[in-house]
Design a protein around this ligand. Structure first.
Ligand code: CO
Length: 506
């Protein structure tokens, strides 16, 4: 390997290592830190973040990238390099541009604005007081637009933001996918609403924490989560975090009268963790920028594949229902497997995105995508957001939003400055379904394998096709390579149609 490239990898690994140390502090804060330690911890995190930033913007990285021929216009560098080396330069150039193009004063002002914005959002949500949050949102949007202009003055601000989470995507490309998806989701929802609703009260029996924990451990083992390379803990909101090449942590929470929450969030986070643990672009690139996920949406495809396409499927419970019933006994005593599977797949429009089912979830995201792109572009003024939300909720979900707590104040993302992130959630479902279609061609006995407890061959397929390459390919390249075509919502729609026409009998 070229010595400039080896040096670049060395510098890159150092910045990743510091980021992982920061992640350990963050993980600890969410899982076991005593509450009074919070002030000092935020100082520690700020210090680590500034060290990581220093390492990321070392001039030597920029010089090495240039020497290897990598520029913003030609990120992959010299054509004489290997394909994987060129992929590496592309992702590192991308990270370098992102980290160096923003002036320090803008970064600091943004950090302050989102810190104040989040505190204001918490209060506003508590008091259902959107006007108290509005000036913060205005401020954050102004800074977001300035950031986008620094990153790429030649592109629309929302395009620049989308590209941060889903490289290569644009407002037009996402809008084209979502307009098809919207029509189909509304169609499925209309058919479901014409049928008698499913009663899911059987899921609301009380199950103690120890038995829910045993359930989560069991799920992790069923899905082949290597405990030698990760662990499960408890936090207020479930998450996955990577602390190193061989250390991926997941969390869950135990709600006493709703054990499916921990069961399915453990499957979801295990899906994220399996992806992280499966990234292996080759020994030369372990622990580098190339060993990152292809995108947020591809990440979400892995969590949703295991949670919904495997974990909420009848095939999975054919094998596992009896054991679950023993674990949560007497909560499922006398309940038939078929009724359990129907209950965990109940579809009903609801106000809160995080509680949404597989069908309505995408509609929640489309609503946010349409509103946030309008906010960023200035087509929608901040004071008009609550009313615009209500109109869209009626159109998309058939719901009358009664207050902003159940509307535009429910999510943390905008107060945290995360504009452009929401689409990843819905795109994740589309990737998952399209990967699953390709997988069923290679493994036509997919359902039988799951009923037989053979999830290992499914994980093996995902590792080889999706996980291993990390960010070697743009998401659009990855989906083409794995499935032979561009991202297409019809796979997800067909999956939903097949599943819910059976469940609701339409
Ligand atoms: Co997720």
């Amino acid at each position: 390997m070229h010595s400039d490239l080896s040096r670049l990898i060395e510098l890159d690994r150092e910045r990743k290592r510091i980021a992982h140390i920061g992640a350990i502090l963050g993980w600890d804060q969410e899982t076991c830190m005593p509450p009074k330690a919070v002030d000092e911890r935020s100082e520690q995190l700020a210090l680590i973040e500034s060290l990581a930033h220093e390492k990321s913007v070392r001039p030597e990285i920029g010089e090495l990238l240039l020497r290897l021929g990598s520029t913003s216009a030609n990120p992959s560098g010299d054509s004489s390099l290997d394909q994987i080396e060129r992929a590496y330069l592309r992702v590192l150039r991308r990270a370098w541009d992102r980290d160096t193009k923003l002036p320090a004063d803008l970064v600091a002002e943004f950090a302050r604005a989102v810190s104040l914005g989040q505190a204001a959002w918490v209060e506003a949500k508590k008091n259902n007081d959107f006007p108290a949050f509005a000036p913060h949102l205005e401020k954050i949007l102004g800074l977001i637009r300035r950031q986008a202009a620094c990153l790429d003055p030649g592109k629309g601000a929302y395009d620049v933001l989308l590209d941060l989470y889903e490289p290569g995507s644009t407002e037009a490309s996402v809008a084209a996918i979502f307009s098809r998806l919207r029509k189909d989701l509304v169609g499925i929802l209309t058919k479901i609403r014409s049928r008698p609703q499913i009663d899911d009260s059987i899921l609301h029996e009380t199950v103690g924490e120890a038995r829910q924990k045993a359930g989560s451990d069991w799920i992790m083992d069923l899905l082949d989560f290597d405990r030698g390379r990760g662990r499960l803990d408890i936090s207020a909101h479930p998450f996955t975090t990577t602390l190193g090449v061989d250390d991926v942590r997941i969390t869950t929470r135990y709600i006493p009268d709703y054990y499916p929450s921990s069961l399915f969030s453990t499957m979801h986070e295990t899906g994220h963790a399996l992806y992280e643990l499966g990234i292996a672009p080759g020994p030369d690139f372990q622990g580098t920028e190339l060993a990152e996920a292809a995108s947020m949406a591809v990440h979400e495809s892995q969590s949703r594949f295991w949670e919904n396409m495997v974990g909420r499927g009848d095939a999975f419970w054919k094998r596992n229902f009896r054991h679950l019933a023993e674990l949560v006994s007497p909560a499922l005593d006398g309940v038939r497997r078929e009724d359990f599977v129907r209950a965990i797949n109940r579809v009903a429009p609801s106000f809160i995105r995080t509680e949404a089912d597989e069908v309505t979830y995408g509609l929640h995201i489309i609503l946010r995508f349409e509103l946030e792109s309008d906010l960023v572009s200035g087509r929608l003024a901040v004071p008009d957001l609550p009313a615009a939300w209500k109109v869209k909720a009626r159109e998309l979900l058939g719901l009358e939003v009664r207050d902003d707590v159940h509307g535009c104040l429910q999510d943390v993302h905008w107060s945290a400055g995360l504009f452009g992130y929401f689409p990843s959630y819905a795109l994740g479902n589309l990737y998952a379904a399209q990967f699953a279609t390709a997988m069923r061609k290679d493994l036509p006995d997919f359902d039988d394998r799951i009923s037989a407890g053979d999830t290992a061959s499914i994980l093996g397929w995902l590792r080889e096709k999706v996980h291993a390459s990390g960010s070697t390919w743009l998401p659009s390249e990855l989906i083409e390579r794995v499935t032979g075509s561009a991202l297409d919502p019809s796979h997800f729609v067909a999956y939903l149609e097949g599943k819910y026409s059976r469940i609701y009998g339409y």
